[in-house]
Ligand binder design. Sequence first.
Ligand SMILES: Cc1cc2nc3c(=O)[nH]c(=O)nc-3n(C[C@H](O)[C@H](O)[C@H](O)COP(=O)(O)OP(=O)(O)OC[C@H]3O[C@@H](n4cnc5c(N)ncnc54)[C@H](O)[C@@H]3O)c2cc1C
Length: 461
Amino acid sequence: MAQHHIIIGGGPVATNAIETIREFEANGSQITLICDEPAHSRMALPYWLADQIPREHTYTADDDFYQRLNVETRIPERVQSIDPGASTVQLAGGDALQFDNLLIATGSSPLSPPIPGLDLPGVQSLWSLADTESLLNEANSLKKPRVLMVGAGFIGFIMLNAMYKRGWQLTVVEREAHVLPRMLNASAAGLVKSWLAAKGVGLHSGTTVSSISQGDGSSKVVELESGEKIEADVVIVATGILPNVGLLDGSGITTDEGIVVNDLMQTNFPNIYAGGDVAQGPVLHSDQTAMHPIQPTAVDHGRIAGANMAGHEVHYPGSLLMNVLDVCGLQCASFGEWSDSSAEAITISNAGGYVYRDMLWRDDEMIGAIFIGRAGDLGMLTDVGMVKGILQTGTRFGEWKAHVKENPFDIRRPYTALKVAQQLAGTTLLGRAAKPRQYRFGGHEATVPPNPSHKVYVSTK
Ligand SMILES: Cc1cc2nc3c(=O)[nH]c(=O)nc-3n(C[C@H](O)[C@H](O)[C@H](O)COP(=O)(O)OP(=O)(O)OC[C@H]3O[C@@H](n4cnc5c(N)ncnc54)[C@H](O)[C@@H]3O)c2cc1C
């Protein structure tokens, strides 16, 4: 009898798992996708917010796509609970569905800190399609919205950049001593701080918001711990995320920080898989597991889970922590064990020129890095790509380490000499060449024509 795969979620884990199951399975199976939102890519939301793409370009599947891949959809519906013993999921609408294999790809949700006034109109998170739409509606009636963002983390700053592109007036409040505390060290964050000041973005770090109250008209008054009061039209709460594990209550599925999975993406129940933001999975070149709530990890997890659900055993080597960010024109990147204070560091810093590099080593192996540079600094951008490849392959530098110490701007020579590109070219996640995604915007035209250099990436071919 045909296997029944149930997938909960409609993000990159789910869509990649569906395509991989169809690519790898020997016999046709039944796939049911259950999600409370249309399938879309959250990382495309900032482009919609910045008015660079229409809403439809954030979608990653449509009815035609599901029909072609023979997927039954229950959208928008929610799964309320899971019973591994009976192999069933209980839907909020009342139905119970039986599965042979289940993939939990429910992602994560923004935290709601205990700040009085969070329920006021114009105070919101900025995480989903609905959040983005609500902010765009709010901003529509204002000439130059004053936006205050609570929290200065990776995702918050991605959305901050989109609002900066629109010319909005921006202020950020961060509880920690410096911005991007889970992505940059204090020195690197110092460059970001002065860059933000030069770009007219207000920053209050080392303080918290004690309350939000209604001001004149639709404006809000945000009071800081210090007693300072700031007026804003919109308050965005971006103080962190938590994995969506509520549906596991009473199921016996093991969780730690997230759902614990092995290198096949299996939970403690072999026919129940998990991946993406909700999962705590293997880490590259390590025997640890960790939460890496980023798109590349979600895509990898979806493809590995899909292959294994289709009966094709593939082991995951683990994800590499990486955050690459444009802060209002300043490029920031960090990789791997960038915060390991016990590692040997090769550091260069030119704060006035907005250049910073911190490469961390264990013997002759680079284990983590932080890079900061201006958008036009081509050397920095190509080096960031090469360093990512070096970390992914775990290349040992041997005598080339001394060269990097002497010439920290010359990554290209060791990258070439140590044949990192050849190692990368010979590596595939699933043991065969990846196929391009099978959905291309469902024929929706862009509202803004792509510029010539961008066109090649967004062509519908
Ligand atoms: C604004 C924004 C920008 C981002 N930009 C980047 C970036 O530039 N680079 C990067 O690497 N990462 C980025 N990310 C992070 C990246 O989008 C996530 O890591 C990725 O979406 C995780 O994929 P997922 O499939 O695990 O979960 P999601 O994409 O969150 O999808 C999970 C889906 O499941 C649904 N769901 C949850 N519970 C249930 C339930 N009980 N029943 C039914 N459905 C349910 C959710 O509503 C959601 O639609 C960004 C995230 C955001 C919010």
